[in-house]
Design a binder for this molecule. Sequence first.
Ligand SMILES: [Zn+2]
Ligand SMILES: [Zn+2]
Length: 176
Amino acid sequence: MLISLVRLPNDGLKFEHQYKDGELDLADRDFTLSRQVTIIGRVDRVGAEMRLRGSLTASLRRPCDRCLTDVEWPLELPFDLIYVAADKDSQRSGEVELTVNDLGISVYENDQIDLDEMVIEQLELSLPFRLLCTEDCRGLCPQCGVDLNNDKCDCQPLIDPRWEALAAVKESLEKK
Ligand SMILES: [Zn+2]
Ligand SMILES: [Zn+2]
């Protein structure tokens, strides 16, 4: 969904959108949506910039980082973002975009804000670095692949030779 900034009222513009299945292009992402995104917000002109604020709700689904079981990640996400117009001078725009992205400022082009792009970015940012089904998920056995949360196996833990070398160093240091 694109928000047109042409003829933006002086007192801002409210918007509300309920995404349909497949409306957001998540093809290259490592999560899916188990509940579609609902977004409500407003856009206001602040000097030369646009301020986009509101909140979105959704539920993401992604495999647990340890055992690969699907994990639900429900969220209610407030956002408050500043947009600046992309420089029309194409030679400079790449450069400008880099600088503003570094500052956490987004860029809009052709007098419209790409809401889909913003939503996907916010969803990605909301995902924790490590997503686990439970805090103490035991994961899969690295050798036979059984889910150690539900099963046991007789594999002996493999010792990586690099760790053995480290352990030896540590031991010799402790002796001194
Ligand atoms: Zn898990
Ligand atoms: Zn095993």
